[in-house]
Ligand binder design. Structure first.
Ligand SMILES: *[C@@H]1O[C@H](CO)[C@@H](O)[C@H](O)[C@H]1NC(C)=O
Ligand SMILES: *[C@@H]1O[C@H](CO)[C@@H](O)[C@H](O)[C@H]1NC(C)=O
Ligand SMILES: *[C@@H]1O[C@H](CO)[C@@H](O)[C@H](O)[C@H]1NC(C)=O
Ligand SMILES: *[C@@H]1O[C@H](CO)[C@@H](O)[C@H](O)[C@H]1NC(C)=O
Ligand SMILES: *[C@@H]1O[C@H](CO)[C@@H](O)[C@H](O)[C@H]1NC(C)=O
Ligand SMILES: *[C@@H]1O[C@H](CO)[C@@H](O)[C@H](O)[C@H]1NC(C)=O
Length: 467
C-alpha cells in the first residue's frame, strides 16, 4: 500500500546516506501516513489515484459488501422456477429511503410518469412513486443527475420536477461529444451503495420490461470507483470536449489486470468496473469491449449471454462474434445467446443469429446455440410503446459474472456511453454462494422457459417474433 510509494520516494533520495535524511524520511513517512489515514476515513473520493492506496481501499470494505441481484419481471409473466430476486422497484425504494447525504444517478432518459404513452396503465404508479421519493429527497440531500441531453419535452418533465425540488441536473450532450448517447444506468448512494443494470429511469422498466441489475450495499471502495465514472459524466455535462487524457482524479487502479480484491457476502472476490467508449476511460479503466473479450476468453466450460440486440455490423462488434466462434472451436466452450425481439427488432439481426446458431457439430463438440426470448403481451399491454421486451444485458461464464448497461451492438463500443460491473469469484470454495451461480440460475431459468424459442437455420423473424 502506501509504503510501496514511500519506498519509491526513498529510492529517489538514496544517494546521500546521512542520518538527517533518515530522520526526515521517517518524519515524512509518519506525516504522510497520518494524512492518508485521515483522508481515507473522511473523504475517500478525493484521494487522487496517483497515490497508490489500493490495499487501503480494500481494507475499508472488508467483510461488508453485500451484492444482491435485482430484476424486473413484466406483469403477467410466470416462471416454473424458484429462482427469483428482489424487484428493482423494491430495491430503488430501499436505496432512496436509506439515503442520508447523496444520490448520484447516471441515466439515459426519464419517463417515470406515464405522460408519454397516452395509455392509462395502472402499473405506471410504481414509477411515479420513485419519482416522488426522489423529489422529496431533492430538497433534503444532494441529488445529482447526469442525463443524456433530452430529445423531447416529455423527457424533460420529470427532470423539471426534480430541478424545482432542488436536484442538480446536467445534460450530457453525447451526440456532440461522440455522436452517441449516454446509455449508462447506475446509482451511487451515500458514496457507499451502488445500483447498476439495464433498467432506465422509465416506469416501464419497473413493470413492463424485463430487466436485470445488481445492487451492492455498504461497499465504499466500489462506490468510490463508480463515482469516478459518474464524475466524468458530470464533467462532460459542462464541457464541449472530452479531456484527453482525463485528469488524474478520474484514473483508477482497478481493472481487468489488477481488480479490486474484496469479500462480497464474505466470499473473496475480484471486482472491477469497465466503461465505454474508450474516450471516456481515464487511465487504468478497462474499456468495456476489452472486459467482454477477456471474460469470453477466460471461460473454461460455458459462456451464457443475455442481451437485447445482436448486430455485429461494425468492426468492434466483429471482435466479439469472432471470439465466440473461436472459443467454441478451439476450447469447446458451450456458448448460449439469449436475444430479444420486439416490434423494433430488425430482420438483419436474424441473419447474423442464424449464422452463429449454425456453428454446431456434435462430433467435434462445436456448440453455439441461440434462443429468442419473447415477453408475451395481452392486447392492452401491446398498446404500450417500447415495452414487453427482455432488456437484460449480462453475461455469465463458469468463472465470472458481467452485469452491463448497454445493448451489444457495434456503435456501442464506438460512441455510446455505458459501463459494467465484473465479479470474479473463481477462488471461492464450492460451498460459498457466488454471484456467478445466481446469475447462471437466472439465465437457465429464462433459457429453459417456454418464453424462449431456439433459432434454427430456417427460422425467420416473422415466425418467432410476430406472435
Ligand atoms: C496494489 O497495487 C500494486 C501495484 O499497483 C500491486 O502490486 C498490489 O498487489 C496491489 N495490492 C492489492 C491488495 O491489490
Ligand atoms: C478471475 O480471477 C482469476 C484469479 O482468481 C484469474 O486468473 C482470471 O484471469 C480472472 N478472470 C477474469 C475474466 O478476469
Ligand atoms: C439500445 O437500446 C435502446 C433501448 O434501451 C434503444 O433505444 C437504442 O436504439 C439501442 N441502441 C442500439 C445501438 O441498438
Ligand atoms: C448476499 O446477501 C444477501 C442478503 O444479505 C442475499 O440476498 C444475496 O443473495 C447474497 N448474495 C450472494 C451473491 O450470495
Ligand atoms: C436447462 O436445460 C438444459 C437442457 O436443455 C439442461 O442441461 C439444464 O440443466 C437445464 N437447466 C435448468 C436449470 O433446468
Ligand atoms: C410451466 O410449465 C407448464 C407445464 O409444463 C408449461 O405448459 C408452461 O409453458 C411452463 N411455463 C414456462 C414459463 O416455462
Amino acid at each position: 500500500m502506501a509504503d510501496v510509494d514511500l519506498r519509491n520516494r526513498e529510492n529517489l533520495l538514496k544517494p546521500q546516506t546521512c542520518s538527517r535524511c533518515i530522520l526526515i524520511i521517517t518524519c515524512l513517512t509518519a506525516v504522510l501516513l497520518m494524512i492518508f489515514s485521515i483522508q481515507t476515513l473522511i473523504i475517500p473520493s478525493l484521494i487522487s489515484s496517483d497515490v497508490k492506496i489500493n490495499a487501503t481501499f480494500a481494507h475499508t470494505c472488508t467483510g461488508k459488501c453485500r451484492l444482491v441481484l435485482v430484476e424486473s419481471i413484466p406483469v403477467g409473466m410466470q416462471f416454473n422456477s424458484s429462482v427469483g430476486h428482489p424487484s428493482i422497484y423494491q430495491v430503488w425504494q430501499v436505496l432512496l429511503s436509506e439515503a442520508q447525504s447523496s444520490v448520484d444517478i447516471a441515466s439515459f432518459y426519464w419517463t417515470l410518469t406515464n405522460e408519454d404513452t397516452h395509455t392509462h396503465e395502472p402499473t405506471a404508479s410504481w414509477g411515479e412513486k420513485i419519482l416522488q421519493d426522489l423529489v422529496e429527497l431533492s430538497g433534503k440531500i444532494s441529488v445529482r443527475i447526469a442525463v443524456n441531453t433530452p430529445q423531447n419535452k416529455q423527457q424533460q418533465r420529470d427532470l423539471q420536477m426534480l430541478i424545482s425540488a432542488g436536484a442538480d441536473v446536467r445534460d450530457v450532450n453525447m451526440q456532440d461529444l461522440t455522436s452517441g448517447v449516454l446509455h449508462t444506468k447506475f446509482w451511487v448512494v451515500d458514496k457507499k451503495h451502488i445500483y447498476i443494470g439495464s433498467a432506465n429511469m422509465d416506469w416501464r422498466s419497473l413493470t413492463q420490461v424485463k430487466e436485470l441489475g445488481a445492487v451492492v450495499y455498504d461497499c465504499e471502495c466500489l462506490a468510490d470507483d463508480l463515482q469516478k465514472i459518474f464524475e466524468a459524466y458530470w464533467f462532460l455535462g459542462n464541457s464541449k470536449t472530452i479531456p484527453a487524457p482525463w485528469p488524474s482524479q478520474y484514473a483508477t487502479d482497478f481493472n481487468k489486470d489488477t481488480p479490486m480484491q474484496l469479500p462480497i457476502n464474505g466470499t473473496d472476490s475480484r471486482v472491477y468496473l469497465s466503461s465505454a467508449p474508450p474516450s471516456l476511460c481515464a487511465e487504468g479503466r478497462t474499456p468495456d469491449l476489452q472486459a467482454i473479450l477477456s471474460i469470453i476468453n477466460d471461460a473454461q466450460q460455458f459462456v451464457y449471454i443475455a442481451v437485447m440486440n445482436y448486430l455485429p455490423t461494425i468492426e468492434y462488434w466483429a471482435d466479439i462474434d469472432t471470439e465466440l466462434r473461436r472459443v467454441a472451436f478451439e476450447k469447446n466452450i458451450h456458448v448460449c445467446l439469449l436475444i430479444s425481439c420486439w416490434d423494433s427488432t430488425s430482420a438483419i439481426m436474424f441473419s447474423f443469429l442464424r449464422s452463429l446458431a449454425s456453428v454446431q457439430d456434435s462430433k467435434s463438440g462445436l456448440d453455439i446455440q441461440v434462443k429468442i426470448f419473447i415477453v408475451p403481451s395481452s392486447p392492452s399491454q401491446k398498446q404500450i410503446p417500447f415495452a414487453r421486451v427482455n432488456h437484460n444485458k449480462y453475461m455469465v461464464t463458469d468463472r465470472v459474472a458481467y452485469i452491463g448497461t448497454s445493448n451489444w451492438s457495434g456503435d456501442y463500443f464506438l460512441n455510446t456511453a455505458g459501463s459494467a460491473l465484473v465479479v470474479n469469484q473463481t477462488s471461492a470454495s464450492s460451498s460459498e454462494s457466488t454471484v456467478k451461480d445466481q446469475l447462471q440460475a437466472v439465465f437457465e431459468r429464462d433459457w429453459n422457459s417456454s418464453y424462449s424459442t431456439p433459432i434454427k437455420h430456417n427460422s425467420n423473424l416473422e415466425d418467432i417474433c410476430r406472435v
